[in-house]
Ligand binder design. Structure first.
Ligand SMILES: [Zn+2]
Length: 153
């Protein structure tokens, strides 16, 4: 009961599709190399913004491999995180850095660094749920995905 209330009232800092679906949202435990991927994200973010004391605790990440029942804009069917209304997202960050991410083959292709940025901005007291307030932060996410890809992640 508490858990459902928390989710219902959570700050939704997600992004992605806007598709109505009717599926469950199974989650997975930590993936292989997740700790290494997190260290890369943390180091990359620290090069571009203030992170001291904000990413010492790795956020909780739950992974989804559920395929969104509706196609993405390019016509393909992608894995997704489904919210309580059954809408598909590449990732969602709830209050308290409770992160859900659709696994799309690699960390760089998934919304891993993106959702960790939401967590960081929330912890810093400067949330940017619509990606409109801090363009430098979102540019840093793109750079970070490049660093992950170069590391084979
Ligand atoms: Zn976002």
């Amino acid at each position: 009961m508490m858990r459902l209330l928390g989710v219902a009232l959570a700050l939704l800092a997600g992004c992605g599709g806007e598709v109505v679906a009717d599926a469950t949202n199974p989650a997975m435990a930590a993936r292989p190399d997740q700790a290494r991927a997190f260290e890369i994200v943390k180091a990359s973010f620290a090069r571009g913004m203030r992170t001291e004391g904000l990413l010492e605790d790795a956020p909780s990440v739950r992974w989804s491999e559920t395929v969104c029942p509706a196609p993405a804009a390019d016509g393909s069917y992608k894995t997704a995180v489904l919210d309580a209304q059954g809408r598909c997202f590449s990732g969602l960050t709830y209050e308290g850095c409770d992160i859900r991410i659709a696994w799309r083959g690699t960390y760089s292709a998934s919304a891993f660094s993106h959702e960790i940025m939401h967590c960081l901005l929330d912890r810093a007291g400067t949330p940017d749920p619509d990606h409109t307030l801090d363009p430098a932060a979102w540019a840093l996410v793109a750079e970070t995905d490049g660093a992950l890809a170069r590391s084979g992640l």
